[in-house]
Design a protein around this ligand. Structure first.
Ligand code: MIG
Length: 690
C-alpha cells in the first residue's frame, strides 16, 4: 500500500487470531519494533513528562489518557465512573505525542491492558493476556498523518443515511404504536424537528428478535409507512441473545443448523438476558453470521431502514449453570441467623452472576464454520463487531443502492466499516456530558465517526439545564439522539418549561446540517477525524495540546460547550484569532472577533457558541423540521474572512452509495468584500454573510 505520509510496520507475535480489522497488506518489520521495548507479554515505553497519549476510543477519563489504566475487555457496565477500566468497546490504538511521535495499533481480540502512567508516572506499559497479536507501529510527521495512515489500513468508515443526521427521540420503551404517534405528534405540533423514533425492546413479542408484539404494534408495516409519511424513521433495537422458545423460528433454525455458541461438550451454551433463557448466535462463524444477518430482512420487508444492536458484548445476566449453583450455595448458607461469613458468601455469589468471566470461558466459536473451535474468552472483543458485520454484510447484499442506519453498543476496529456506535448507558450526570466530549475524538481516530451519547443522559433523572447543555453539544455529534432509561424522568424536549429554547437549539442542528454532513462525509471518505483535539491542528502550540474541553469540528470551526451546572459561561482558549458566533436560534445571533488567547465567554443557558477559524467559511441551510424538509440548495455562507476563504462542500442525495461522484463536490471561494465564486455542478442559491 502506498501511504504518502505515514509509514506503518507490522510485528507479529505468536499466532494472532485473524480479526479482519486490517484490510491492507502491511510489510513485516525486521528485528525489534522501534520506540517500544519488548517485555514479557507486552511492550513498554518511557514517556516524557509532558507527552500526551491520545486514543483508546470509548473509555473513561479525558482525551489525554495519561494517569490511568485501561483494559480492553468489552463490558456491559452502566456505571461509567472514573475508576472503571473497561466499557463496551475495544479500541487498541494510541498515539504518543511528545519527545517522540508515533502511533501503536494492536490487533488482539483478547484482554489487553494499557497502563499509561498509572503505576509509574512516565511509564507506558501494554500487556496482553497471551502474546498472540499483531503490533503496528505508525510513524508520520503529524498527528493527522498518523490517523490517516491507520484509517487507510483499516478501511473506510461506515456512512449513515442523511436522515440519520437529523434528531432522534428514544426511550426505553415507547410501549405502543399510539405512544410513538403521540411522541411524533408532540414534536410536530410544537415544531420541534425530528427524523426518527427508536423502538426499544418492548416492541418485540417477549423480547424475541425480529418479532413484533401484535397487540401493542398492530399492522406494523402500515405503521412504519404511516410514520414515513410524516418523515419519521422507526429504528428498532436488536439484541444479541435469541430466546429459547419452541415454535420460535429463529431459535428452531439456529438449533437445527448448529448456529449457536456451544460448550466444550457440544451442547448449546445457555445464558439469560431480557427474553429469559437464550442461546447466542455464533457471530464468528461465517455461515451463522450470514444466517443471522439475513433475519434483519424480516423487518426491512416491513419498511424498516435502520437498526441498533444491543447487549452484544455479549451481556449475560446469568448463565443457566451458574444460577443453579448459586441457588444451591444460597440454600446451603440459609439460616434464620446468618453470620457474616455466610452472608459474604451469599452476597458474593449473587453479585458475580452477571457477565462472569468464567462463563465467557465456557463457550466456543466455530470460527471457520468447519469445526475449528475457539474459546469465546480469547475472542471476546469480537462478538459485537461480528453481530454488526452480520447485518452490514446483509445490507450491502440486499440493498446495494441504499444506505441503512446501523449502530452497535459493543465494537472493535473493523466494525467501523459496517456501523457506528452509541456510547452506551451513561447517566444524567454533568461529568458524562464531559465524557461524551472526550470520547468523540478518541473514537473518530479509530474510524468510529458515526457516534454520539444518549443526550440528556440514559440512567438517573435529568434536569432541564443538563438537557439544554447536552443538546448544545449534541447538535454537533453525527448521531444526535435523546434516550433515557426505564423509570427515569421523561426527557423529550416538550416535557420541559424550556421547550422553546430546546426547539431552537435542535433547529440549529438543521441549519448546520450542510456543514455537518459535508464534514462527516469528507472525514469518512478521506480517513480523517470529524472532531479533533486542538493539538491535532495546532501542533506547535503547547497549550493547545492540553485543552480537554474544546474540539475542532471539521475544517472551519471550534466548539467549546458548557458542561458545568449553573455556569453562565466558561473560559475558552483560542489558538489564533477567531470569530465567535453566538446563536439563540439559527437566525438570532451575535458575532464578535476575539484575539488569540484566553477569554471568559458568557454563554447563557439557551445559547450555542461556535468559533470560526480565520479565512474559513461554513454553509448553513435555512433550517427544517426534518432532513427531507431541509433545503440543501438554499445556502448561507457564514464566515470569518479577512482575505479569502475557500470551502470544499460535499453533498449528495443522502441515500445512495454514489460517494465518488465528482458532482458531489462544490467549491465556494469567498473574498473579504463578500463576493463569492461557486464551482460545481449543483444549482444553488448562495448568500454570503461575513
Ligand atoms: O439492560 O433495551 O444500552 O440503550 O435502552 C439494558 C434496554 C438493555 C441497554 C441499552 C439501552 C437500552 C436498554 N438496554
Amino acid at each position: 500500500m502506498a501511504l504518502q505520509k505515514c509509514k506503518i510496520t507490522k510485528y507479529t507475535y505468536g499466532k494472532p487470531f485473524f480479526t479482519d480489522a486490517v484490510t491492507e497488506k502491511i510489510a513485516q518489520g525486521e528485528g525489534a519494533p522501534a520506540y517500544v521495548t519488548e517485555i514479557e507479554n507486552g511492550f513498554t515505553y518511557q514517556m516524557g513528562d509532558s507527552d500526551v497519549v491520545y486514543g483508546l476510543g470509548e473509555n473513561v477519563r479525558g482525551i489525554n489518557k495519561r494517569g490511568w489504566h485501561y483494559i480492553s475487555n468489552n463490558t456491559d457496565d452502566p456505571n461509567h465512573r472514573e475508576d472503571k477500566v473497561s466499557l463496551y468497546g475495544t479500541h487498541n490504538f494510541i498515539i504518543v505525542d511528545g519527545k517522540e511521535r508515533f502511533g501503536l495499533f494492536i490487533d488482539y481480540p483478547g484482554k489487553l491492558s494499557f497502563d499509561i502512567g498509572y503505576t509509574e508516572r512516565n511509564t507506558l506499559t501494554i500487556t496482553a493476556e497471551e502474546m498472540d497479536l499483531d503490533l503496528y507501529i505508525l510513524e508520520g510527521e503529524s498527528l493527522n498523518d498518523i490517523v490517516k495512515g491507520l484509517r487507510q489500513m483499516i478501511g473506510r468508515s461506515y456512512i449513515a443515511p442523511k436522515w440519520a443526521f437529523g434528531y432522534g427521540q428514544s426511550r426505553w420503551s415507547y410501549m405502543t404504536a399510539d405512544e410513538v404517534r403521540e411522541v411524533v405528534k408532540k414534536h410536530r405540533e410544537n415544531h420541534i424537528p425530528l427524523d426518527s423514533v427508536y423502538l426499544d425492546i418492548d416492541y418485540m413479542e417477549r423480547y424475541k428478535d425480529f418479532t413484533i408484539n401484535k397487540e401493542t404494534f398492530p399492522d406494523f408495516a402500515d405503521f412504519v409507512q404511516e410514520m414515513k409519511e410524516e418523515n419519521i424513521h422507526l429504528v428498532p433495537i436488536i439484541d444479541a441473545g435469541v430466546k429459547i422458545e419452541e415454535g420460535y423460528d429463529v431459535y428452531e433454525e439456529g438449533v437445527e443448523k448448529g448456529y449457536f455458541c456451544k460448550e466444550a461438550d457440544g451442547s448449546y451454551f445457555t445464558g439469560a438476558v431480557w427474553p429469559g433463557l437464550v442461546h447466542f448466535p455464533d457471530m464468528l462463524n461465517p455461515d451463522a453470521r450470514k444466517w443471522f444477518g439475513h433475519k434483519y430482512k424480516i423487518l426491512m420487508d416491513q419498511g424498516i431502514d435502520g437498526f441498533w444492536n444491543d447487549m452484544n458484548e455479549p451481556a449475560i445476566f446469568y448463565s443457566a449453570k451458574r444460577i443453579k449453583k448459586a441457588m444451591e450455595t444460597a440454600k446451603a448458607v440459609d439460616s434464620d441467623n446468618m453470620d457474616m461469613v455466610h452472608f459474604d458468601e451469599f452476597r458474593e455469589i449473587v453479585s458475580t452472576l452477571s457477565n462472569n468471566p468464567e462463563d465467557y470461558k465456557s463457550f466456543y466459536h466455530n470460527v471457520d464454520g468447519k469445526g475449528t473451535m475457539v474459546c469465546h474468552d480469547k475472542v471476546h472483543n469480537l462478538f459485537g463487531y461480528n453481530m454488526t458485520r452480520a447485518a452490514g454484510e446483509t445490507f450491502e447484499e440486499l440493498e446495494p443502492e441504499k444506505r441503512v442506519l446501523m449502530y452497535s453498543r459493543s465494537s472493535y476496529p473493523g466494525m467501523h466499516r459496517y456501523g457506528g456506535i452509541w456510547q452506551g448507558d451513561n447517566l444524567s450526570w454533568w461529568s458524562h456530558l464531559k465524557l461524551n466530549m472526550s470520547m468523540m475524538p478518541s473514537l473518530n481516530m479509530i474510524g468510529f465517526l458515526y457516534t454520539g451519547a444518549d443526550l440528556g443522559g440514559f440512567g438517573a433523572d435529568t434536569t432541564e439545564d443538563l438537557m439544554l447543555r447536552w443538546l448544545e453539544f449534541g447538535i454537533f455529534t453525527p448521531l444526535m439522539r435523546n434516550h433515557s432509561a426505564l423509570g427515569t424522568r421523561r426527557q423529550e424536549a416538550y416535557q420541559f418549561g424550556a421547550m422553546e429554547a430546546m426547539k431552537k437549539i435542535i433547529g440549529l442542528r438543521y441549519g448546520l446540517l450542510p456543514y455537518i454532513y459535508s464534514e462527516y462525509m469528507k472525514s469518512a471518505l478521506r480517513g480523517e477525524m470529524y472532531m479533533k483535539p486542538l493539538g491535532f491542528d495546532y501542533e506547535n502550540d503547547a497549550f493547545a495540546a492540553k485543552v480537554e474541553d474544546q474540539l475542532l469540528l471539521g475544517d472551519s470551526i471550534m466548539v467549546a460547550p458548557v458542561y458545568e451546572q449553573n455556569a453562565e459561561g466558561r473560559y475558552v482558549y483560542l489558538p489564533e484569532t477567531m470569530k465567535m458566533v453566538k446563536f439563540r436560534s439559527l437566525t438570532e445571533r451575535t458575532e464578535e472577533i476575539l484575539p488569540a488567547g484566553h477569554h471568559y465567554v458568557p454563554i447563557a443557558l439557551d445559547e450555542v457558541v461556535i468559533f470560526i477559524r480565520p479565512n474559513h467559511i461554513l454553509p448553513l441551510s435555512k433550517g427544517g423540521e426534518n432532513v427531507a424538509d431541509t433545503d440543501f440548495t438554499d445556502l448561507e455562507l457564514l464566515g470569518y474572512v479577512t482575505e479569502e476563504a475557500s470551502y470544499e462542500w460535499y453533498d449528495d442525495d443522502g441515500y445512495g452509495r454514489d460517494y465518488e461522484n465528482p458532482a458531489n463536490y462544490t467549491t465556494f471561494t469567498v473574498k473579504a468584500d463578500k463576493t463569492v465564486e461557486v464551482k460545481g455542478q449543483k444549482k444553488l442559491k448562495v448568500q454570503v454573510n461575513l
